[in-house]
Design a protein around this ligand. Sequence first.
Ligand SMILES: [Zn+2]
Ligand SMILES: [Zn+2]
Length: 338
Amino acid sequence: MASTTAIPDLDRLRPAGTKRSSKRDLIVNVFLKQEGHLSADDLVVLIKREDERISRATVYRTLQWMEEAGIARKVDFGEGRFRFEHSYRHPRHFHLICKTCKRSYEFLSSDIESLVEEVAAARAFTANQSVVQIYGTCESCSTGRAPEEPSNSELLFARDALRIAIATERSGMEFYGRGVKLVKDPRAREIFRKLATEEVHHLKTLEARYDELLKQDPLLESRPTFLFFKGAANGLFAAGTDQLRRDGVDDLEAYRIGIRCERGSHRFFKRYGARFEDSEGKQVFLEFAEEEREHLELLIREYRALVKRQRTPGHKALVAPKRPKAVRAKARSRTASR
Ligand SMILES: [Zn+2]
Ligand SMILES: [Zn+2]
């Protein structure tokens, strides 16, 4: 995985007809190594340290160029001047801004984003950018504890994306494990077992990737949460597992519940992943979305095949006969005690 200090292909970004300038390359390199939010003057100071012949005007011009080229993003913290952060492999995010020490902390929240989308849709508003800034006092300023060192948001994003994907895999595994015990059709049982096994493999791959990521920063596990994630795909499969426990769930219903879970999961990871700038976290989401799509398609195919088989004359064993209430209740208490 490339780290945030990896340099984008400047030749590709350079406007046609302009020549490569070593001054500009130097400014871009210095800028991309910064994790925080710099004012133009902060950058001038850093550049002067490297090469004092580079003028303030050149730094300003280059910043403007970087913004147009999509390497830098302008952020307004309400201080009467803009700050800049690099956007190369750096997902869009929200900010917590300390009024005392002026430090800013980055975070993302899928729940805030979906709320914004909901509001915009309800008002038929086409939103193309939302800015969330929370002003107040940071932990360090209110407790006197040492401030957290700035961390690489790409790594944090990848860490959190992996954690979410791992949690989803785990609940998917439970869902299919539960399904194996429930379905009666031998073919359906085989499919649920296959999917449960696949989730175990995916889980192992994701966990290996997570361990790889931790090697890049020994403190990564203990750093604060970057991606807040409550709603959306979270708990999708857990809810599905609960539905499987309900009374009267036959094989077709089990497939339908699985289809709903996989579809929801696929949509979430795809839509959420598509929004981000190129990064490890984006990759995790998009690859995961792809796996969920394969599962979804398999389930839909198998669901249709089962419907067909059940319609075939003489194929009666697959439709569970309606049992009297008392028997069903007994069956339920058996399941519950398992
Ligand atoms: Zn502070
Ligand atoms: Zn930021």
